[in-house]
Design a protein around this ligand. Structure first.
Ligand SMILES: CC(C)(COP(=O)(O)OP(=O)(O)OC[C@H]1O[C@@H](n2cnc3c(N)ncnc32)[C@H](O)[C@@H]1OP(=O)(O)O)[C@@H](O)C(=O)NCCC(=O)NCCS
Length: 244
């Protein structure tokens, strides 16, 4: 990431203060396998300014670090750690993905950028969703990605927790469908399939069978066709102050 990218991305994020408040005022605790409806034990919803918080335990029984994670809204202060995590998890080719064409120069969809943190507050996972339109004059939807988890704590439920949280928030915010380009064997557990994406296309090279979708409003993708187009709020480029 170059400096300008960082400044632009940082300017697009949620204020660090807002994020700190979210991190300090957790909504509840859930065990890794517990349904999300159990996630409201510790603090009542009225005390929490953002719904973007959930905890999970990482089971030591699978040889993983015994720890806990929290999911919060991503803040501007998370950007460097998130970029480093994406580089570790996905490598430099991540910037060449066709999804990137729909993300570049845009802000994530309002309220739909999340990070997972460990007990020390370090970023251990990330997911963002982006506003898109399905074909010329078509329906609005959100494109999910990238989803990534720190490679040292894979298979500990963090990716799944991020996915479930992101989907729930997208539904709560009134989005009708979530699309992504990814591995169906992983994403099918969250309800994604390529069943209704056959007439949709990504701008740039991609593997057709990896374009997956989840309807949040039943039937909304019936007849969906055409190229996905970026529809998100544009980033405002900020100039670096000139050195004295
Ligand atoms: C894919 C990723 C986000 C999953 O997050 P995670 O926290 O490691 O995964 P979870 O703990 O939620 O889920 C683990 C389960 O998913 C399975 N899984 C993980 N990646 C998978 C994949 N690509 N295809 C199929 N299954 C997969 C695991 O085998 C495990 O299965 P089990 O529950 O039957 O044991 C993470 O491994 C990652 O960051 N990978 C690199 C970046 C990437 O590929 N991102 C997705 C782009 S498509």
């Amino acid at each position: 990431m170059d400096v300008l990218d960082f400044i632009v991305e940082g300017a697009a994020g949620i204020s660090p203060l807002e994020g700190e408040m979210a991190a300090k005022r957790p909504e509840g605790v859930v065990s890794r396998k517990a349904p999300t409806s159990f996630a409201h034990d510790r603090v009542s919803r009225q005390d929490v300014p953002t719904p973007s918080v959930a905890f999970g335990d990482i089971s030591p029984s699978r040889g993983e670090i015994a720890s806990a994670f929290v999911i919060t809204a991503e803040t501007a202060a998370d950007v460097p750690a998130r970029e480093a995590l994406l580089d570790r998890a996905m490598g430099p080719k991540r910037r060449r993905k066709s999804s990137e064409k729909l993300r570049r120069g845009r802000r994530p969809s309002e309220g739909l950028a999340f990070v997972a943190r460990d007990a020390s507050g370090a970023v251990t996972g990330t997911v963002r969703l982006w506003d898109v339109v399905l074909g010329e004059g078509g329906r609005s939807a959100v494109l999910l990605g990238p989803l990534a988890v720190d490679p040292t704590i894979k298979n500990a439920g963090i990716g799944s927790a991020l996915m479930r949280h992101a989907i729930a928030e997208a539904a709560r915010l009134g989005h009708a469908a979530v699309l992504l380009v990814g591995d169906a064997p992983y994403y099918k557990r969250f309800g994604f399939s390529a069943e209704k994406t056959g007439s949709l296309a990504m701008p740039g090279p991609y593997e057709r069978h990896r374009l997956l979708a989840l309807e949040l409003v039943e039937g909304v993708l019936v007849g969906a066709q055409g190229m996905l187009k970026a529809a998100g709020r544009k980033l405002k480029a900020q100039r670096l102050p000139l050195a004295a």
